[in-house]
Design a protein around this ligand. Sequence first.
Ligand SMILES: NC(=O)c1ccc[n+]([C@@H]2O[C@H](COP(=O)([O-])OP(=O)(O)OC[C@H]3O[C@@H](n4cnc5c(N)ncnc54)[C@H](OP(=O)(O)O)[C@@H]3O)[C@@H](O)[C@H]2O)c1
Length: 266
Amino acid sequence: MSKPLSDSVIWITGASSGIGEALAVELSKTGARLILSARRESELERVRSRCHFGDINTRSLRLNLEDTKSHKQLAEDAIRLFGHIDILINNGGLSQRATAMEAELDVIRKIMDVNFFGTVSLTKSLLPHFTKRESGYVVVISSVMGKIGTRYRSTYAASKHALHGWFDCLRQEMYDFNVDVTLVCPGFVRTNITVNALTGDGETYNVMDSAQENAMTPDEFAKKLLPLMQKRKPEVYIGGREVATVYLKRFFPRLLDRVLRNAKVT
Ligand SMILES: NC(=O)c1ccc[n+]([C@@H]2O[C@H](COP(=O)([O-])OP(=O)(O)OC[C@H]3O[C@@H](n4cnc5c(N)ncnc54)[C@H](OP(=O)(O)O)[C@@H]3O)[C@@H](O)[C@H]2O)c1
């Protein structure tokens, strides 16, 4: 039986905006103790001030996912904040708006560095703590793009697909240590993810896609995720109609390919 969220110490990456911010606020209502991480410290402080009992139960810790050399020390610092960590929510990430042909290799590497290597590195830094305690839970905010592919997101989809491979293996390796892994696949959520996405030459896209603008709010997303976290399922999908593409891919892959070829995907 897993600990209730209210009794847990939870480290959230990408907590300075969007989904991470909403998860922080929602989790703070349970009484959970939180460690909020991202690069922008002022935004982390803003989110902290929105959290219930933010002064007592919440700490912020600057993290750059790309700087993998810093992660071991950061994990030690994070553990020290409340004495231990029960749950790591790997949420920080960035998207892409460029065709595969346009995307420069350095930009492809950067997206993989943040979304895949950064996430893997931070998780690896915390695994000794989880295995020693024989207790832990890793939540990974992947995407529907971790299960399918659409135009303009080749590296983003690749990075999220790679997370599924790595964390599916980890889940099996961690079974005997009582460490669970959940891959969460959101559909569209109304955040700045497309505004912050990288174009082919690494510039910021700076456009709010209409699919994002009309999507569920991060607060709605967080409210749906919390009860699912308690169940510790291996994989969950949260979104609108776009979630159906995951099942189409599994059972009718050629049909999905034809549909997506002409679909509006921005
Ligand atoms: N919104 C959607 O429709 C959607 C759909 C599927 C999946 N997702 C996933 O949800 C997660 C959160 O995205 P969001 O939608 O909430 O977008 P967002 O508002 O742009 O949030 C991205 C978060 O990642 C952090 N981040 C980016 N680069 C980082 C780095 N190098 N080091 C540390 N932190 C970094 C950002 O903080 P700083 O800039 O302060 O570092 C920010 O807190 C992402 O993994 C995304 O792929 C989103």
